[in-house]
Design a protein around this ligand. Structure first.
Ligand SMILES: C[S@@+](CC[C@H](N)C(=O)[O-])C[C@H]1O[C@@H](n2cnc3c(N)ncnc32)[C@H](O)[C@@H]1O
Length: 210
C-alpha cells in the first residue's frame, strides 16, 4: 500500500494547490525577507516548488526562476498558473533534487521551501545546493522541525505512510538543520521559527568556493 514520494505528491497536488496558506503573516514575512535580497538580474533556482505559488510571487523581482519539483502534476498545475497570470520568467521543470543537474555556480539564489524534511539525503541535497550557487549566493529554506514539538507523531507517521497518507518525512530539530547547513558550507544570516509545526525559516550565504 505504501506509495513512492512522486506518487504521493502527484496524488495530493490538486488539493495542495487549492489549500489556503495557513500562516499568512509568516508567509508575508518570508516573501519580504527573500525579496529584500533579490535583484533584477538574479538567476534563481527553486527546489520542491509545488504548484509554483511562491515562484510566481517572486518572479517580478528577478530575471529568471527555474522552478523544479519531483511531482509532474505539481509542475503541470504550476505551468497553468503561470500562463493564467501571464508570468513568462518562471521556467518549470519536473525533477527531484537528486536528479537535477546544472553547471556549478549557475544560480544567485536557491530556495527550498517546506522541503528539506522530506528528503532522505539532506547532506547530498545541501552539498548540491552549495555547488549550484555562485560564491556569496543565497540559500533560503523553510523546514518543518517536528522533533522539537510534535515528537508524538513519530509512531503515527509510519502507519500513515503504509496507507499512502503521508510522504517520507524526517523528524528534525532546529539545531540539527542549522548545524547541517553550516557543515555544508553556508553562513547563517537570519533564522526564526513559526507555527505549531515549528517551521524554521533560514537565510544563509554560500561561503567558500566549493
Ligand atoms: C510541502 S510541499 C511544498 C511546496 C512549496 N515549496 C510550498 O512551500 O508550498 C513539498 C513539495 O516538495 C516536493 N518534493 C518532495 N520530494 C522531493 C524531492 N526529492 N525533490 C524535489 N521535490 C520534492 C513535492 O512534490 C511537493 O511539491
Amino acid at each position: 500500500m505504501a506509495v513512492t514520494s512522486s506518487e504521493f505528491w502527484d496524488r495530493v497536488a490538486a488539493g495542495y494547490s487549492k489549500r489556503p496558506i495557513a500562516d499568512t503573516e509568516s508567509y508575508a514575512r518570508k516573501l519580504a525577507a527573500t525579496q529584500a535580497l533579490m535583484h533584477p538580474n538574479m538567476q534563481v533556482l527553486e527546489f520542491g516548488c509545488g504548484t509554483g505559488s511562491t515562484a510566481l510571487e517572486h518572479a517580478p523581482h528577478v530575471s529568471q526562476i527555474v522552478a523544479t519539483d519531483l511531482s509532474a502534476t505539481m509542475i503541470a498545475i504550476g505551468r497553468e498558473k503561470a500562463a493564467r497570470a501571464g508570468v513568462g520568467n518562471v521556467n518549470f521543470r519536473q525533477s527531484g533534487v537528486e536528479a537535477f543537474e546544472a553547471p556549478d555556480g549557475r544560480f544567485d539564489m536557491v530556495l527550498a521551501l517546506n522541503l528539506l524534511h522530506l528528503l532522505p539525503d539532506r547532506a547530498a541535497a545541501l552539498s548540491k545546493i552549495h555547488r549550484l550557487l555562485k560564491p556569496g549566493g543565497v540559500f533560503i529554506s523553510s523546514t518543518v522541525c517536528l522533533a522539537d514539538r510534535m515528537w508524538f507523531l513519530r509512531p503515527i507517521v509510519p502507519i500513515m505512510q503504509w496507507f499512502g497518507k503521508a510522504p517520507y518525512v524526517s523528524f528534525l530539530r532546529v539545531d540539527t538543520v542549522l548545524q547541517e547547513v553550516v557543515t555544508a558550507g553556508f553562513e547563517v544570516q537570519e533564522h526564526w521559527t513559526h507555527s505549531r509545526a515549528n517551521c524554521l525559516f533560514l537565510v544563509s550565504k554560500k561561503v567558500g568556493i566549493g
